[in-house]
Ligand binder design. Structure first.
Ligand code: FAD
Length: 563
C-alpha cells in the first residue's frame, strides 16, 4: 500500500469517480470492482481494515449446507460458484477443506430432514443437492462413512449412537488476509485506500451526493473528498451512515455470532472439520481446524447494542462448549479455551422468526441523494455484492465504464505463484526458516512471501518467531507497516497476525517485542512505546474479562502484566 501521508494528500487533492465507505470485505470488493473497470477510486475505513465483521467469521468460503435448511437455493448456488472462483483467484488463501458430518440415532440435521425423519438417506440427498448446485464447479464429491470410518477420520467423535457420517468438501480462508489481498489488488490498480479515516458527513450539489466530509483519526485532520458516486459498505454500521445522509436506510437485523479458539492438543481434529449437527437451539455449528488451533462456532442471537461493543459473554461460551461436548468425546471445559471472539452479521430484516433463519442474501439500495448502500451477504459472496453495488452506482449515475471483470482479477499474492513459491522455499532454506514458518508465509502472502524473506535476509533476527511455537516471524511487523497499512499494536496482534486469539493472554506478552519493532518503524520514543504496550495489555485483559469466569482470569489474567 502507498504511504499513508501520500494517500491523504491524494484524497484531499484528487476527484474520484467512486468512493467506498468501509474497509471490510464488501468495501474492499467494491473498490477492486470499480478500479478494475477503470474508475478512479477511493476507500475510507474508520478503524483498521477488516476490523468489523470481516475479522470475526468462521473463515469458510462455502455454499453453506445450513442455508439448504432455509431452502435458500439461489444463495447456495451463488456462493458455491463464488467458492470456485475464489479458489482460482487466490489459491494461496482459499483452500479446499474436508468436513465430516456425523449422523446420530434420533438426531435430525437441520436443513436435511424433519426432526421425525432420522435417516441417512435424507442427509445424503441434501449433500447430493449441494454437489449438484455446485454444478461443474464442484470440489471432490461427498462420501458415505461407516461409524468406524467416521471415527477413523475423527477419533474424538462421540461413538454412542453414531450411525455413520458423510465426508464432503467446502473451502476455508483467513478472512482478514482475504480483505487485505482484495485491497492490495485494488491499490495495485491505483485505488487510494486509507484506514483510520472516518466519514462524518456528505457533500451535496443540487441535492445529490458529490463527496464526503471525513476525519483522519490519527492526525485529526479534516478532509473534504470529491467523489461522483459514494457506496456505503459499512455492514453493521450502515444505518448510522445512512443517517448522516438524513435517512434511516435499509432495516437491518444484527445477529451476534461467537467463536471459541481451542488448542489442537485439547481437540485433535487433524485436517478435518466437523459439523456439529444440531446444537441445543437447533442450529448447525462447526469445529474447524485453524492453524495450531480449532475454531468452534458459531452462536446466532439477536443483538441490539453498539456494533463496536460486541463481545463474547459467559453464556455464549457455555453454549458452544455444550455444542462441542454433545458430539465429541472430550469433555471440553474453560481451561481448554485459548480465546473467544464475537462478530455481527448484518442481516437484511425480514419476517423470519429468528436471526438463524434470516436469509444471508445481500441487497443494494439507492437513496434519493444517490448514496448507494450494500448490505447483508457473506464473506464468500463479496465479489457479487461488489459487482451489484458498482452496477447500481453506474445506473444511478452513468459513466463510460464497462461491466465487472473481477472474475479474472487475481488477488494480491496470486500472480506467478508456482514459480515464486519455489524461490521462497529456496531462500527460506538458505535462511534456515522452519517448514511450518515457510508454509505459513506462503499460505498467508502467496508470491509476496518473498518480500518477507528479503527482510529476513537483511536482518536474521527478524526471522525469529514472535511467539515460540507459532509461525509468525518478526519480519512480518515491518512488512505490515510498510505494505499493509498497520498503524498500531492492535493492527499487528489482532489482524496482521492473530496472536491476540492464538495466545491465552491475548497477545499481551508479545506486545513488548512487537512494540519495539513498531517503534523502529514509526520513530516512537520510549514513553510512547510504553503507553502503547500498557494500553494494549489493558484491552487484552478486558477482552478476556468479558467471557471468562474468575478462575480463568486468576489463571491467565495476571500474565499480561508479568514481563
Ligand atoms: P464489515 O466487515 O463489518 O465492514 C464494515 C466496515 O465499515 C467496518 O470495518 C467499519 O469500521 C467501517 N465503517 C463503519 N462506519 C464507517 C464510517 N463512518 N467511515 C468509514 N468506515 C466506516 N461469511 C462467510 O462467507 N463464511 C463464513 O464462514 C462466515 N462466518 C461468519 C461468522 C460470524 C460469526 C459472522 C458474524 C459472520 C460470518 N460470515 C461468514 C459473514 C461475513 O463475515 C460478513 O458477511 C462480512 O464479513 C461482512 O463484511 P462487510 O464488509 O459487509 O462488513
Amino acid at each position: 500500500m502507498e504511504c499513508r501521508e501520500i494517500v491523504l494528500d491524494r484524497l484531499a487533492d484528487e476527484s474520484f469517480d467512486l468512493l467506498v465507505i468501509g474497509g471490510g470485505i464488501t468495501g474492499a470488493g467494491v473498490a477492486l470492482d470499480a478500479v478494475s473497470r477503470g474508475m478512479r477510486v477511493a476507500l475510507l475505513e474508520r478503524s483498521d481494515y477488516a476490523s468489523g465483521t470481516s475479522s470475526r467469521s468462521t473463515k469458510l468460503v462455502h455454499g453453506g449446507v445450513r442455508y439448504l435448511a432455509q431452502r435458500d437455493i439461489t444463495l447456495v448456488r451463488e456462493a458455491l460458484a463464488e467458492r470456485q472462483i475464489l479458489l482460482t483467484l487466490a489459491p494461496h488463501l482459499v483452500q479446499p477443506q474436508p468436513f465430516v458430518l456425523p449422523i446420530y440415532r434420533g438426531q435430525h440435521v437441520p436443513g436435511f430432514m424433519a426432526p421425525s425423519v432420522a435417516t441417512r438417506a435424507l442427509t445424503a440427498a441434501g449433500l447430493t443437492a449441494y454437489d449438484l448446485l455446485a454444478g461443474r464447479r464442484r470440489l471432490q464429491g461427498r462420501r458415505s462413512l461407516s461409524p468406524l470410518g467416521a471415527r477413523g477420520l475423527v477419533p474424538s467423535l462421540r461413538s454412542e449412537g453414531l450411525r455413520g457420517a458423510f465426508l464432503y468438501y467446502d473451502a476455508r480462508t483467513d478472512d482478514v488476509r482475504l480483505v487485505l489481498a482484495v485491497l492490495g489488488a485494488a491499490v495495485a490498480r491505483g485505488a487510494a485506500v486509507a484506514n483510520y479515516v472516518e466519514v462524518m458527513g456528505f457533500e451535496y450539489q443540487g441535492g445529490r451526493i458529490a463527496g464526503v466530509q471525513a476525519c483522519d483519526r490519527l492526525g485529526r485532520r479534516a478532509l473534504q473528498i470529491r467523489a461522483a458516486r459514494v457506496v456505503s459498505a459499512t455492514g453493521a454500521w450502515s444505518q448510522q451512515v445512512s443517517a448522516l445522509d438524513g435517512r434511516p436506510g435499509r432495516s437491518l437485523r444484527l445477529s451476534k455470532g461467537v467463536h471459541l479458539v481451542i488448542d489442537r492438543e485439547s481437540l485433535p481434529l487433524g485436517p478435518i472439520a466437523v459439523v456439529l449437527p444440531a446444537t441445543a437451539d437447533g442450529r448447525l455449528a462447526f469445529a474447524v481446524p485453524w492453524g495450531n488451533h480449532v475454531l468452534i462456532g458459531t452462536t446466532d442471537t439477536p443483538y441490539e447494542g453498539d456494533p463496536a461493543a460486541v463481545v463474547p459473554e459467559p453464556a455464549d461460551v457455555d453454549a458452544l462448549l455444550g455444542d462441542a461436548n454433545r458430539f465429541l468425546d472430550l469433555n471440553l471445559g474453560r481451561a481448554d479455551i485459548i480465546s473467544a471472539f464475537a462478530g455481527l452479521r448484518p442481516l437484511i430484516a425480514s419476517d423470519a422468526t429468528s436471526t438463524a433463519t434470516t436469509s444471508r442474501e445481500h441487497a443494494v439500495s439507492v437513496a434519493p441523494s444517490g448514496l448507494i448502500s450494500v448490505s447483508g451477504g457473506k464473506l464468500t459472496t463479496y465479489r457479487r455484492m461488489a459487482r451489484d453495488a458498482v452496477d447500481a452506482a453506474l445506473r444511478a449515475k452513468p459513466g463510460p465504464w464497462g461491466e465487472s471483470c473481477t472474475e479474472g482479477v487475481l488477488l494480491q499474492g496470486a500472480a506467478d505463484l508456482a514459480r515464486r513459491r519455489r524461490e521462497v522455499q529456496q531462500m527460506a532454506a538458505t535462511l534456515g526458516l522452519s517448514v511450518p514458518i515457510v508454509s505459513h508465509l506462503l499460505n498467508t502472502y502467496g508470491a509476496d512471501a518473498s518480500d518477507i524473506t528479503a527482510i529476513v535476509a537483511e536482518a536474521a533476527d527478524l526471522g525469529r518467531p514472535i511467539v515460540a511455537g507459532l509461525p509468525y516471524v518478526r519480519a512480518e511487523v515491518p512488512y505490515a507497516v510498510r505494505r499493509e497499512g498497520a498503524q498500531s499494536l492492535d493492527d499487528i496482534l489482532r489482524r496482521r497476525t492473530r496472536l491476540s486469539l492464538e495466545t491465552r493472554d491475548g497477545g499481551a506478552a508479545a506486545a513488548t517485542d512487537v512494540s519495539e519493532l513498531l517503534a523502529a518503524e514509526f520513530g516512537w520514543d520510549e514513553a510512547r512505546r510504553s503507553r502503547e504496550v500498557a494500553a494494549y495489555r489493558e484491552r487484552a485483559l478486558q477482552s478476556l474479562a468479558a467471557w471468562s469466569d474468575t478462575s480463568t482470569l486468576l489463571q491467565f489474567g495476571p500474565r499480561p502484566y508479568s514481563q
